[in-house]
Design a protein around this ligand. Structure first.
Ligand code: NAX
Length: 337
């Protein structure tokens, strides 16, 4: 049998006319996300101002003559876009503009992610999995999940895989080791500057990362200082660094991380990071969308439980969770959830 004749999966991408959309869609069509035996139908959602860009991308997708691509629809109607979707990548969001307060930003995005959650609830496939990329990603995911009461909350996630991959890459350089040799890194908390990239349980070629760092940097104190003063801020503020150097925000690396997130959710993986709806793991208040260490057996992610957090780690996680609580409370005050 031709490997491309399996049943077709509908994948919806919002903000499809934007820069992450452009870096994402061709890889989905090529099979990089769901695999070489899974035909896909793409549904691209945009706002009216973004439709022409998405339509241009759809023409180029056609010109790619991808054997797995079974069709591309472009629409500005969320219900049409999410009809039958098994994978929904919520990329489009309202960016922060000059003079905008955090409350305004949350309100503007609630006006996007509330209705999109409701549309998913109404028309998506029974097995839909939702990944929120658009910022503020954790709280946007919380709003979408709250607006979709019939979809299990476990099916919603916010992207912190880019932060995870940034952490792996920085460690690989510092340890002069291949990325593939490093395991057990965690991004905790919010996808924001308060996130906590944690190497306490990480290994490099089977050896604890803290020990390997101490050896390379001249002792445990030097390793600690490097983690606190270089590694954590560099990872947490890498998005700003990319904007400074590139002149616009991360696009291909964000798209790559979104592809990896979904691929590993549906094909399984050992340890990675994703922001999931908390059930109280690690004392993170229930219902917050918080980044955790996660694993997947091919049926979505679940939190890796039972890890020790030392006092410094606990403080960092608590600070990020406090920010998530403040975002949730602001959204609650708006009457959105
Ligand atoms: P762009 O401005 O290039 O594209 C966003 C697109 O979304 C635009 O075409 C816009 O018309 C569309 N859009 C806006 N509101 C919409 C709605 N209600 N329905 C459908 N489409 C809508 O931004 P891009 O660089 O692609 O980034 C997209 C989002 O990803 C931003 O919110 C950005 O902050 C966020 N990011 C998240 C990352 C993460 O790791 N979670 C990293 C990369 C990125 O910063």
């Amino acid at each position: 049998m031709d490997a491309t004749t399996g049943s077709t999966t509908t994948v919806t991408v919002t903000g499809a006319g934007g820069q992450i959309g452009y870096a994402l869609l061709f890889r989905i069509a090529s099979g990089a996300m769901l695999g070489p035996d899974r035909p896909v139908r793409l549904r691209l959602l945009e706002i009216p101002q973004g439709l022409a860009s998405a339509e241009g991308t759809a023409l180029e997708l056609q010109d790619g003559a991808f054997p797995l691509l079974r069709g591309v629809d472009v629409t500005d109607d969320p219900r049409t876009a999410f009809e039958g979707a098994s994978i929904a990548l919520l990329v489009g969001a309202r960016p922060r503009t000059a003079g905008m307060e955090r409350g305004d930003l949350l309100a503007a995005n609630a006006g996007i992610f509330g209705p999109q959650g409701a549309a998913l609830n109404a028309v998506a496939a029974d097995d839909v999995q939702v990944l929120v990329v658009g910022n503020p990603a954790n709280t946007n995911a919380l709003i979408a999940a709250a607006s979709a009461p019939d979809i299990p909350a476990e099916r919603f996630a916010a992207l912190t895989r880019l932060d995870h991959d940034r952490a792996l890459a920085q460690l690989a350089v510092a340890l002069d080791a291949p990325v593939a040799d490093i395991h057990g890194v965690t991004i905790w908390g919010n996808h924001s500057a308060t996130q906590f990239p944690d190497v306490a349980h990480a290994t490099v070629a089977g050896r604890p990362v803290p020990d390997a760092l101490a050896e390379r940097l001249g002792g445990a104190d030097a390793a600690r200082a490097w983690l606190d003063d270089v590694f954590i801020p560099r990872v947490a503020q890498r998005g700003a660094e990319i904007i400074r150097v590139r002149g616009s925000s991360s696009a291909a690396s964000a798209a790559n991380a979104a592809i990896s997130h979904v691929r590993d959710a549906v094909h399984g993986t050992e340890w990675t990071s994703a922001a999931l709806v908390s059930h109280g793991e690690y004392d993170v208040p229930e219902g917050l969308v918080c980044s955790f260490p996660v694993t997947s057996d091919g049926d979505g992610y679940r939190v890796i439980e039972g890890l020790e957090l030392d006092e410094r780690g606990r403080r960092r996680l608590d600070a990020s969770v406090a920010e998530l609580v403040a975002e949730r409370d602001a959204v609650r005050a708006l009457g959105v959830i």
